[in-house]
Design a protein around this ligand. Structure first.
Ligand code: SF4
Ligand code: SF4
Length: 288
């Protein structure tokens, strides 16, 4: 296939197992972990967890990625749409509340093929970096129940330095608008499990509270009452982050409080993580 699935529009040739694009992914899906996952927002994982599928490769390759081994080194095993549909069935039968696709952009066509074979009855969650093209998201219309995009940067220079991409903020705003067009109303079942809607995540980076405050203001300006915000404070240096002095430490309580104060001032609804969760033990085992 020739790939222009994400905003990089590499026009890359993707052979069955490997590709010439930025993500280096081939056409065949590759996954690093398929298992119940318990550390998402309470309305996603609750007691029984969400059935998470972690895909190999990523269209951003952030220098600080906690999943570096799978996002940049593309570790994992190949899997067909039929095999993945069987795995989704098994996850659903295990009692998970939701099914979550993590970093799946580069395999959107295969995911649609998989869901055409079997669509679980629990909500399907699409966990993404926010670096998405509107055309590709439109293909997912009707397949995804809940979008879980990051909104990483208001500062595009920072995005360029840490995630090697141009125009991140504008791309993320347009992508989230399309997600909201597809899933405009936040809906929950009687047990508080999300059924439809959009939750935006933001990870606070050390020394970059201005970037975070800018993100919160953009969310207020563009999406205000239509989304939930999930503020994350679990940043811990990993992978190439040790080579970047500004992000080579955890965030301080003072930095987190500063961002939290802005969230409260803007009256944004959602979740805020405890700072104690800043620990590498939350990184899953890549064991598929
Ligand atoms: S999905 Fe990969 S190959 Fe396709 S445009 Fe994006 S980075 Fe390039
Ligand atoms: S977008 Fe997420 S998964 Fe991809 S490299 Fe960045 S932090 Fe890692």
């Amino acid at each position: 296939m020739v790939c222009n699935l994400c905003p990089r529009k590499c026009n890359a040739i993707r052979d069955e197992l490997i590709g010439s694009g930025f993500c280096k992914c081939g056409e065949k899906m590759k996954v690093a972990r398929i298992a119940p996952h318990y550390w998402e927002e309470p309305c996603i994982s609750s007691e029984n967890g969400c059935g998470a599928v972690f895909f190999s490769g990523c269209t951003l390759k952030c220098v600080y990625c906690q999943n570096y081994e799978i996002s940049s080194e593309n570790n994992g095993r190949y899997i067909s749409s039929v095999e993945l549909s069987e795995k989704l069935k098994e996850l659903e039968q295990s009692g998970v509340h939701t099914i979550e696709f993590v970093s799946a952009t580069q395999y959107v066509d295969k995911i649609i093929e998989t869901l055409d074979i079997y669509k679980p009855s629990v909500p399907i969650i699409y966990n993404t970096s926010g670096f998405e093209s509107v055309e590709t998201l439109r293909k997912l219309d009707g397949y995804i129940d809940v979008y879980l995009p990051d909104f990483k940067y208001s500062d595009d220079t920072l995005a360029k330095r840490l995630s090697n991409c141009e125009n991140y903020s504008e791309i993320a705003i347009n992508a989230i608008k399309e997600m909201l067009r597809q899933c405009p109303n936040l809906t929950f079942d009687d047990n508080g499990i999300i059924q439809k809607g959009v939750i935006i995540r933001h990870l606070v980076l050390p020394n970059h509270t201005k970037n975070s405050i800018g993100v919160l203001r953009l969310i207020k300006e563009h999406f205000s009452d239509s989304v939930l915000l999930s503020l994350m404070g679990q940043y811990t240096p990993y992978a190439k982050a040790f080579d970047y002095p500004d992000i080579n430490r955890k965030i301080t309580p003072r930095e987190y409080d500063k961002v939290l104060d802005e969230l409260i001032a803007l009256n944004l609804d959602g979740f805020a993580q405890e700072l104690e969760s800043a620990d590498k033990s939350y990184i899953p085992q890549w064991d598929y």
